[in-house]
Design a protein around this ligand. Structure first.
Ligand code: NAD
Ligand code: UD1
Length: 336
């Protein structure tokens, strides 16, 4: 029988791409999303891409009654938990909201899963749990820390999952630490679509390319990196989505949890990403060197070897594909 997966936050950026990948791999999927950071038309677009009806429950992951109804209505065999607030800068101003949605949301979900007898969970964690990494590329065994309330919530969730899984032999958890997801689905129908100010690099570059911002502010030109600008491990969101399928499949086959980095193992600087996006757009995009952003670090790159060994996961798409697919999505969205 086809296994049904509940995707909390499944209308969001990574969740929507993972929905497509799970359906392509033969899983059934149900979305729970409050659409606080997703466009209303995402389910329609998912129907176009997958060619099948998309089942969506609109509501809050902290709503115990709603969760109970979803588990009663569908035979949920596993959950992928994306729903969260994710803007690190905003979390400094609104820590309680981040703790409430991210931590209380996870606790509500775990209670509902236990009540329903569902014991397979894939959790969206982040490279943010490495704080300022001392060793590069960063292995999963690196010490954990945090630099802002958002990072605190992701670390707290990982620790809550460790405690709960240790006490419950029926619960197996995959913790996926994403590095920097960018790009969009090949159809250009879904992609990263910030509802307000773009905080992350590629969404900001896209705004410059659309002419909505005059230039990219490069946060620091004097970092100890090859060109003085920050280096990150950018991973195509379709590769990331495929990583979820491999992780879930292993979780179901072995009944054992795992914690893996999902990155490429290659770092690109801000100026290198700007150059890649400029190639995608077909003209040079302007930048200015601005002061460093508080809480930033020079370089974060994944050690992807555990994901390769455990899941057979290797990122395939490079930065040119990431930027070209982002631009295809963003320019199409803007022209509608
Ligand atoms: P996103 O904002 O696009 O997706 C999150 C989805 O959750 C949105 O559709 C939003 O409407 C929904 N949501 C938020 N609060 C909710 C609530 N209380 N109840 C129900 N739904 C709710 O973000 P994303 O980039 O797709 O991130 C998905 C997950 O991956 C998050 O947990 C995030 O912390 C994590 N992550 C993201 C990145 C990144 O750079 N995008 C990096 C590392 C980890
Ligand atoms: C940021 C968050 C991190 C979160 C991650 C993914 C901070 C301090 N960290 O990480 O918690 O997990 O996003 O959502 O916010 N840059 C510019 N100009 C810009 C935007 C970014 O130069 O307008 C630079 C940054 O200094 C960095 C690189 O681009 O060197 C990538 O930045 P970003 O996309 O925000 O990701 P992270 O810093 O990795």
């Amino acid at each position: 029988m086809t296994l049904t997966v509940l995707l909390t936050g499944g209308a969001g950026y990574i969740g929507s791409h993972t929905f497509v990948a799970l359906r392509a791999a033969g899983y059934d999927a149900v979305i729970l999303d409050d659409f606080s950071n997703a466009r209303q038309d995402v389910p329609d677009r998912l129907e176009v891409i997958t060619g099948a009806p998309v089942r969506v429950h609109r509501g809050d992951v902290r709503d115990a009654g709603l969760l109970a109804r979803i588990f009663a209505e569908h035979r949920i065999g596993a959950v992928v938990h994306f729903a969260a607030l994710k803007a690190a800068g905003e979390s400094v101003r609104r820590p309680l909201d981040y703790i409430d949605v991210n931590v209380t949301g996870l606790v509500a979900l775990l209670k509902a899963m236990r009540a329903a007898g569902c014991g397979r969970l894939v959790f969206s964690s982040s490279a943010t749990v490495y704080g300022t990494p001392e060793v590069l590329p960063v292995p999963e065994t690196a010490p954990r820390g945090y630099a802002n309330p958002y990072g605190f919530t992701k670390l707290a969730c990982e620790q809550i999952l460790e405690q709960v899984a240790a006490a419950d032999p029926g619960l197996a958890v995959a913790v996926l630490r994403y590095f920097n997801p960018v790009g969009a689905h090949a159809s250009a129908l879904i992609g990263e679509d910030p509802q307000d100010f773009p905080n992350n690099l590629v969404p900001y570059i896209a705004e410059v390319a659309l002419g909505r911002r005059p230039a990219l502010n490069v946060f620091g030109g004097d970092w100890p990196t090859r060109d003085g600008t920050g280096v990150r491990d950018y991973i195509h969101v379709e590769d990331l989505a495929r990583g979820h399928v491999l992780s879930l499949t292993r979780l179901l086959e072995t009944g054992e949890g795992h914690t893996v980095n999902l990155g490429t193992g290659r770092g690109y600087s801000v100026l290198e990403m700007l150059a890649a996006y400029s190639r995608a757009v077909g003209r040079e995009l302007p930048h200015v060197i601005a002061p460093r952003r508080p809480g930033d670090v020079a370089e974060v790159v994944a050690d992807p070897s555990r994901a390769a060994a455990l899941l057979g996961f290797r990122a395939e798409k490079g930065v040119d594909e990431m930027c070209a697919s982002s631009w295809a999505f963003v320019s199409r969205r803007a022209n509608r």
